[in-house]
Design a protein around this ligand. Structure first.
Ligand code: 13P
Ligand code: SF4
Length: 333
């Protein structure tokens, strides 16, 4: 079939009808073998995608898997900056993203020209950027971090060195508290993690007094203040597996509940409520990927992540620094 790249770029995905009688799970398994493809998925993907993935993880785990895989095709079930990261770390592989329009409000909150001007005003600052940013922002950074290694990354920098942290102001403020630093913060945020209602969480706690509040550090300070545990998605998931408690209010994107429930079927997981009546604690970007789009992108090997080599090399430098520090700290193997 002749597929126009322009049409895919315009829609973001392959807009082809899928035979409703197809067993997509079996088809995806067939394509993995035929094409030597690996499916990497973030916890915020819909349950069907998580179930068909070869590896499910947080941003650090996914970056490490993307770097190490010897599969020829990496199918990234996540958002654009994650697939871009896979391409930065493993340029000889074909990296596919089921929907190219699966973006990220946090990454969008730091447009490269504005960030460059801000950085130029603070040229004595070392730039640490959260991995939830575009390749252009990575290329303007000294070190990348994720929510699971950020404390170690910051602690690796001499205390007298001023730091500019981007793009998430909530994560940055939490890290300032944890490390005692006074990092200059870019004013960005994640639309999903800013939507939780402290008032509704407090009421839920009254109805479920045994329930522990688990929060991602992208949440606002007031929500973090009532949390029993704060961590990356993998850290929160592991906490629910080892903690003796049985009830949890989960203040991060709802996709993570699938693994929590699967790994601890006897426990109760309650999604933290948003401050309105919509399902805003579902990330609309992550949820653009569907099983049908995943199948189509594997079958036709498009949409693909492509990147200028000069940009890739510039973005790779701070990523390599992050992986080196994480390895030295024993956070990755
Ligand atoms: P982690 O899975 O690394 O905790 O990141 C959460 C997130 O917001 C990804 O978009
Ligand atoms: Fe971006 Fe937030 Fe969605 Fe994660 S949950 S992809 S940070 S918008």
């Amino acid at each position: 079939m002749n597929i126009s790249r322009e049409a895919v770029l315009e829609k973001g995905f392959l807009d082809l009808a899928v035979d409703p009688h197809l067993d997509l799970f079996a088809e995806i398994e067939r394509l993995k073998k035929e094409k030597n493809a690996v499916v990497l998925a973030h916890y915020y993907q819909e349950p069907d995608i998580q179930d068909v993935a070869d590896f499910i993880g947080d941003s650090l785990g996914l970056a490490q898997k993307a770097k190490e895989t010897d599969a020829e095709i990496i199918v990234f079930a996540g958002v654009h900056f994650m697939a871009e990261t896979a391409k930065i770390l493993n340029p000889s592989k074909k990296v596919l993203l089921p929907d190219l329009k699966a973006g990220c409000s946090l990454a969008d909150s730091a447009p490269a020209p504005l960030f460059k001007a801000f950085k130029d005003k603070h040229h004595d600052h070392l730039v640490i950027s959260y991995i939830n940013c575009t390749a252009d922002i990575k290329a303007l950074s000294d070190i990348i971090c994720t929510s699971s290694n950020a404390v170690k990354i910051i602690e690796s920098v001499p205390p007298e060195q001023p730091i500019l942290f981007a793009p998430d102001k909530n994560l940055g403020a939490w890290l300032n508290k944890k490390t005692g630093r006074n990092m200059l913060l870019w004013n960005g945020a994640c639309m999903v993690h800013e939507i939780f209602s402290l008032e509704k969480i407090t009421k839920l706690k009254l109805r479920h007094p045994q329930a522990k509040v688990l929060a991602h550090p992208e949440c606002e300070e007031a929500v973090l203040a009532v949390a029993d545990f704060i961590g990356s998605t993998t850290q929160i998931l592991k906490y629910t597996e080892t903690d003796p408690g049985t009830q949890y209010i989960v203040a991060t994107e709802t996709g993570i509940l699938h693994q929590m429930q699967q790994n601890s079927p006897h426990k109760t997981f309650i999604p933290a409520p948003p401050n309105n009546s919509c399902a805003c604690n579902d990330c609309p970007h992550m949820k653009l990927n569907t099983l049908e789009k995943l199948y189509l992108c594997m079958e036709h090997e498009t949409p693909e992540i492509l990147m200028e080599e000069s940009l890739r090399l510039a973005a790779k430098k701070p990523m390599d620094r992050m992986l080196e520090i994480s390895k030295a700290a024993g956070l990755i193997g």
